[in-house]
Design a protein around this ligand. Structure first.
Ligand code: ZN
Length: 273
């Protein structure tokens, strides 16, 4: 099952068509409410009548107002190495403040400094829970989507010790979409290929099977401390190839276009001004 939003309203997406959930069912238009009943929603969506569906255009962020957004630093060995660190012994978790969440096709105003890219696969929590066992973690996840953990490196590295969250939370710095794909619809939920291209040049690529801490482990470890709520997001980390570790370093510039794609899910597109 694939879902997203149009004008903030939950839609189910199938073969290029979008069905407004609240108009055709007893479910709410609010993704946060519906994700709390994810299994019932998925069962309804599987049988939904698409005769009154509309073209799936102008999709917004699949979850416009998540209550918690977790992100994981250095979760791929080559990226940890290029950043000058040994692979971490436990997940390094920070937040992207929810006001940075944006849709899949956006224009991002670059702040001054060193704005950079990080393609990430993003997990969307369904029913969630507290102290979720690792072997039940996938049951609590609604699906996966494509994301960018856009990062301004000057603010990110400011201070001693540095803190990550503000430099990753400028407006538009958390684009996600175009849809969330439920795990059952993915050929291999733990091994998705992804890449991002800057003005056509592939700058990052990888597979989610290369994560140091796989998603089920992240869910168990995070939910051991913070109850995971319906619609929460987990940005699962980026592979090698970010701009500030290139020689010479390269940062996002006005006029450039960044396209981020995950096999089996789709792509998001950001232009910069
Ligand atoms: Zn990241």
């Amino acid at each position: 099952m694939r879902f997203g939003t149009i004008d903030g309203r939950l839609v189910v997406v199938r073969e290029g068509l979008a069905l407004d959930v609240a108009r055709h069912s007893s479910f709410s238009s609010d993704p946060l409410q519906v994700l709390a009943r994810f299994d019932a929603f998925a069962a309804w969506a599987a049988e939904a009548d698409f005769s009154e569906a509309v073209p799936a255009e102008n999709l917004g962020p699949p979850v416009p107002n998540p209550r918690q957004v977790f992100a994981v630093a250095l979760n791929y060995r080559p990226h940890a190495a290029e950043a000058g660190f040994r692979p971490p012994g436990e997940p390094l978790v920070f937040t992207k403040f929810p006001s940075c969440i944006a849709g899949p096709d956006t224009e991002v105003t670059l702040p001054p400094g060193k704005p950079d890219w990080e393609i990430e696969v993003v997990a969307v929590i369904g029913r969630g829970g507290y102290r979720i066992e690792r072997d039940r973690a996938w049951e609590t996840i609604a699906g996966l989507t494509v994301g960018q953990d856009l990062s301004e490196r000057v603010v990110q590295s400011r201070g001693t010790p540095a803190q990550f969250s503000l430099g990753k939370s400028f407006p538009g710095f958390g684009p996600i979409g175009p849809v969330v794909v439920s795990p059952d619809e993915l050929p291999s939920r733990d091994d998705l290929a992804f890449e991002c291209r800057l003005d056509g040049e592939v700058v990052q690529h990888g597979r989610t099977s290369q994560m140091i801490f796989p998603l089920d482990d992240l869910v168990a470890r995070i939910s051991a401390i913070c109850p995971l709520l319906p619609g929460d997001l987990i940005f699962t980390g980026t592979p090698a190839g970010v701009g500030n570790r290139r020689n010479p370093p390269r940062y996002l510039r006005s006029g450039e276009t960044l396209v981020s794609r995950v096999d089996g899910i789709g792509e998001i597109r950001q232009t910069f001004v």
